[in-house]
Every structure is written in C-alpha cells, then in structure tokens.
Design a protein around this ligand. Structure first.
Ligand code: FAD
Length: 418
C-alpha cells in the first residue's frame, strides 16, 4: 500500500484528538496516515457520557479555563482558534445535530456518542486520511532533533511531522494504555506523574456498602485534609459497594487522590445545604413537635432518604424508636450537626484503570501553547490527554482533546508547506 513511504503527517492514535488532528491536517492538504493500535477507532469516545457523548459545554471561556485548574491558561491559544461554538458547528455540519442539557452540557440529539465517531471518520475520509488499524506505534524515530517517522510492527513509516495523540492510561480496553508517555519520555520529554482523575473514592466506614446504589441530590460534599477544610462541591453523588461516586465526588477526586499520601482525608456531606444551622434546628423542633408520638426514625424520613435513616441515627446515637417528645436537646443537637456534617473517611481511590481521566502526562513547559509543537523535538506535535491537562466533568475533557487535536493537525500540515 505504500504506507511506509513518505507521508506528510503521521498521527499516532485514533481517539478524539487524533481523529480531529488527522482530519484537519488532511483538510489542509497534507497526506495523512493515522496509525491506531486497536481494531477500531474512537473506542473511548464511543463510551463517553454513558454512551451519550457529552462532547463539550456551553460555559464561557472563563469557565473553561477554570475547569482545568491550575493549567487551564495553557489552552487559551487553542481555544482562541477552535472553541466550543466551532466544535458544535463542526459536528452539525457533519450531520450530527446537538442539544444542550442541564449544566450547559452538550450532547448529540441522537444520544449516541458513536455518531461523533462516525462523523470524525467521515471528516477524515473527505480529506483522504489513510488509516492503519492494529498498528501500535512502538517508537518515534528522529534525526538531528527532528522527527522523521515512526515504527510499528518493526516497520518504519516515514513522515515529515508526527502528531502524538495516544490519550491517557485509563480504560486500557479502549487502547489507552499510556504508550504515549513512554514514547515521549524516550525522546527526552518530562512526564508529570500519572494519577487517576475523576475517580470514585473508597471509604473506611463498614456501613457504606449497605447504602450501595443510594444517590443523594442537592447535597454539598467538602474535602478535609488533616481536618482542614478544602474544596467543596454542590450537586449529586451516589454510594457504592466500596465508597462514593457520582459527579460531585468525581470532581473532588483529583485533589483527594493527591492528598491521600500526605495524611488523613475526609469527605463531609452537608445533607441540607440550603438551610442554616438555625433553620435546621427550627425544622427539627417543628417536626418533633408536630409528631410527638412518632419515633425519631419515622420523623427523620421527612428530612432524609429512608435508606439512610438507620445509619444516620446510629451515628447520631439516637434510638430509632425513641419518641419525638422524649428526644433531648443534646440528641437534637447531634442530629442537627450530623445533617450538615456527615463525615466519611477516605481510605483510597479506585485504580487508574477505572479513571475517567488521567492526570499528569507530558509537561506543558515543554510544549509551545500556540502550536502544540514539542520544544524538544521539531515537527512533533502533542494533543489530547497525553498532555498534562485534566478537566472536570461536563464536556471539558473532550473539548480539550478536540481543540488541541485541531491545532496540532493544523500546525503539522502547515509545517509541510513552509
Ligand atoms: C467512561 C468514560 C466516559 C467519559 N465521558 C466523557 C464525557 O462525557 N465528556 C468528556 O469531555 N470526556 C469524557 N471522558 C474523557 C474523554 O473520553 C477523554 O478525555 C478523551 O477521549 C481523550 O482523547 P484522546 O484522543 O486524547 O485519547 P483517547 O480517546 O483515549 O484516544 C487515544 C487513542 O490512541 C490509541 N493508541 C494508544 N497507544 C497507541 C499506540 N502506541 N499506537 C497507536 N495507537 C495508540 C488508543 O487505542 C486510542 O484509540 C470519558 C472517559 C471515560 C473513560
């Protein structure tokens, strides 16, 4: 097929960012070869948003930059060239109508993430991108500080530019096994230690498995490191057989993972975040007064999901059958305090394999934020999750992959004509 001969651009990895980079470089006239290690492209993209593909967010640029704290600034240049509106227009032009949901999250109207994959494949086809599946890249070859091609199955594939888009190191069954970190390191790049980001947390309390499947809405979860208050998030979470998951827990998880080696980590749940301590107290007094002969357990069901009540009262040290009119002010205080500060000990996190996103990766200091070219190796471009960029949930990670893919593809093609 002549794939080993000279092409302008080789893209390593056919995920969100690699498909975008390949299609974009081809659109600009480059002869592009995409090498993908798996038998199929876009496997992870097909899983995103529970299979529904939350591809971006309608938040403003500030919201975006903050969503990748502390390194969001790096993406400013890429977003200036290709941002959420551009991405939405891109997919709609390729025949994927989109819709905006709660939290400004953007999805295909079809609810099918796979439609995003098909659209990207069409985009590549239009520009004549050649695709070699089951071609894991083992090595990037260089000469005089510039790339000259890659090696796969021991064969040499020559090109003038290489785009590294191998993704992170989670969900290895999708092909993201961290190869890009090794490839970049072997070329002299610094790899910021790779950790799970957006990962469920493992708790120490033995009653947690009993609450498996219980989800709490409109609660506030706050991280504590060695007893000191840290990040806090409002929204939805869920108890699992090992601990805690759900949107607000995932959002806190990056910091929790980094805090764990340093000492005690706790999550405090405020189960009534809309009420002040006084309002909770008034509410409790009223509930107990209005139901003097009911047990504490049945009264608390007016304030909490019923599955949570037994554990809650055990922790408050109040017998569930104690009549409302016999509850002491001390007991009421304990209930009040527990409603706003229900603590769990974080013992660990689920393994990297299960992370939605990998934190760490190629150090941003070694990448030109305008062109995404390596500062160490000429004509090597880096995009997507292989970079040390990680965002919160809500479409931010895919937008970063697409924006950096678009810029890397544009620049790789540009170098050819210069
Ligand atoms: C379950 C799940 C749900 C998610 N949901 C969302 C969501 O709704 N919204 C959102 O914004 N983000 C979501 N994400 C995160 C998002 O999917 C990633 O951030 C994004 O896919 C990263 O794109 P990428 O192109 O950098 O890497 P990937 O999409 O991982 O693609 C990397 C590609 O490179 C290939 N590859 C790896 N090594 C080699 C090699 N040596 N040679 C050749 N090919 C190689 C892989 O096989 C893969 O195809 C989710 C992630 C997961 C796991």
């Amino acid at each position: 097929m002549g794939m080993t001969q000279n092409q302008d651009v080789i893209v390593i990895g056919g995920g969100a960012s690699g498909l975008m980079a390949a299609g974009r470089a081809a659109e600009l006239g480059a002869r592009v070869l995409l090498l993908e290690k798996m038998p199929r492209l876009g496997l992870k993209l097909g899983l995103t948003g529970k299979g529904r593909g939350n591809l971006t967010n309608q938040g403003d640029i500030q919201t975006f930059i903050q969503s990748y704290a502390p390194d969001g600034k790096f993406l400013r240049n890429c977003f200036a060239r290709f941002f959420s509106q551009d991405l939405m227009a891109f997919f709609e032009t390729l025949g994927v109508p989109l819709t905006v949901e709660r939290g400004q999250r953007v999805f295909p109207v079809s609810d099918r993430a796979l439609d995003l994959v098909s659209a990207l494949l069409r985009y590549g086809q239009q520009g004549g991108v050649r695709i070699a599946k089951e071609h894991p890249v083992e090595k990037i070859e260089m000469e005089d500080g510039a790339v000259k091609g890659v090696r796969s199955h021991g064969r040499f594939f020559e090109s003038q530019a290489v785009v590294l888009a191998t993704g992170g190191a989670s969900y290895p069954q999708t092909g993201s096994t961290g190869d890009g970190y090794r490839l970049a390191r072997s070329l002299g790049h610094t790899i910021i230690p790779v950790r799970p980001y957006l990962i469920p947390l493992v708790t120490g309390e033995d009653w947690v498995p009993g609450l498996q499947g219980l989800s709490l809405k409109n609660v506030r979860a706050t991280l504590y490191f060695k007893g000191v208050k840290d990040q806090s998030e409002f929204g939805e979470m869920i108890f699992t057989h090992y601990g805690l998951s759900g949107p607000i827990i995932l959002t806190l998880s990056g910091r929790a993972v980094d805090g764990l080696p340093k000492g005690k980590v706790e999550v405090s749940l405020n189960l009534k975040p809309a009420l002040t301590a006084e309002q909770i107290d008034l509410r409790l007094r009223r509930e107990f007064q209005e139901n003097p002969l009911k047990g504490a357990g049945s009264v608390l069901k007016n304030l909490l999901p019923s599955r949570m009540v037994p554990v809650f009262l055990l922790r408050a040290d109040v017998p569930a059958d104690k009549k409302s009119n016999q509850i002491t002010s001390g007991e009421r205080t304990r209930i009040k305090n527990l409603l706003s500060d229900f603590r769990l000990t974080i013992q660990g996190h689920r393994p990297l394999d299960e992370a939605i996103v990998t934190a760490g990766g190629i150090s941003l200091r070694e990448v030109d934020p305008r062109t995404l070219e390596s500062k160490k190796i000429k004509n090597l471009f880096l995009c997507g999750e292989v970079l040390d960029i990680q965002g919160r949930t809500g479409g931010f990670n895919l937008q970063a992959a697409f924006s950096t893919g678009w810029v890397a593809g544009s620049q790789a093609a540009q170098g050819i004509r210069a």
